[in-house]
Design a protein around this ligand. Structure first.
Ligand code: SAM
Length: 273
């Protein structure tokens, strides 16, 4: 419960806890992210990397949108039960999908929302170009999750070393995301910022759901927001930019040719004799 997140505070803490699929409170992040987005009744929203689907139900209930609840690691069957129990089965559709190989038509979504998930695939330079294809021109793409308050250039700070793993190289600052998305040329970045006191919410949530995770709790406490925090970014697909069609095959026709060069005949120079 937190006054900072009035929408989330209406949900039963046991229900939120039972749908935990990562290290963050997905409703807090979804609430913060949607403060910077414009969602309304009937819009088609892709909740990309939705885990066990709490954020998808939140999006439906708070904004009356239709949600495609897509995730790779967690079963869509578990999500379906949660969605049904929340009375959302007519508007939230669980789907097993890899963000790198999405099974949707071009321009299908009004918005994509991704909670604490985008870092697993979205740091690829070409990923936004790929994802933007599924959003209508002018549609929104919003991400929120664990990240950095500033980039770490050089070795891992000593106070984070015990907790840090090589895979955390995917954590980035809001400024990094702004530049990354700006460079793509396919979207206009409206917002890229850091949650005020985000590290405190991160810590509070860790203490609530994983009080034995002392390594992470110690790292967050020692850091005190110097490097760790929550970041979000919201962009709109530029209507004036035509997106490349994805290349799935290049048609070619085989033409048989000899493997080796023909041998050259030795040239004779008789010098007129
Ligand atoms: C830290 S969990 C967050 C889950 C949920 N959004 C939340 O906030 O509780 C990261 C999620 O990203 C999803 N994910 C990672 N790589 C993915 C990919 N290539 N395609 C789709 N989802 C992916 C995982 O399945 C996982 O549920």
């Amino acid at each position: 419960m937190s006054e900072r997140f009035p929408r989330t505070s209406r949900y039963n803490p046991d229900w939120i806890r039972s749908s935990v699929s990562g290290g963050a409170n997905s409703l807090w992040l979804a609430e913060w992210l949607t403060e910077a987005m414009s969602l309304g009744p009937g819009m088609r929203v892709l909740d990309l990397g939705c885990g066990r689907g709490a954020s998808s139900i939140f999006l439906y209930r708070e904004f009356d949108v239709q949600v495609w609840a897509a995730d790779l690691w967690f079963s869509p069957d578990d999500r379906m039960e949660r969605i049904r129990d929340a009375g959302a089965e007519h508007a939230a559709f669980p789907i097993h999908a890899d963000a790198r190989s999405l099974p949707f038509a071009a321009g299908f979504f009004d918005a994509v929302v991704s909670i604490d998930s985008f870092v697993y695939y979205g740091t690829d330079d070409l990923y936004l170009n790929y994802l933007a294809r599924f959003v209508r021109p002018g549609g929104q793409i919003g991400i929120a999750g664990a990240g950095l308050t500033r980039e770490i250039d050089g070795p891992t700070p000593e106070h984070l070393a015990a907790w840090w793993e090589p895979s955390m190289a995917n954590l980035h600052s809001a400024e990094w995301w702004r530049r990354h998305w700006d460079r793509s040329g396919v979207a206009h970045v409206d917002v890229a910022d850091t949650m005020s006191d985000g590290w405190k919410y991160w810590l509070e949530w860790q203490r609530a759901i994983a009080p034995d995770n002392q390594v992470e709790i110690d790292a967050l406490t020692a850091d005190g927001g110097r490097h760790l925090g929550y970041v979000r970014a919201v962009a709109r697909r530029r209507p004036d930019v035509a997106l490349d069609e994805p290349i799935s095959s290049v048609p070619v026709t085989y033409v048989k040719r000899p493997l080796h060069r023909p041998r050259r005949r030795a040239q004779r120079f008789d010098a007129g004799m």
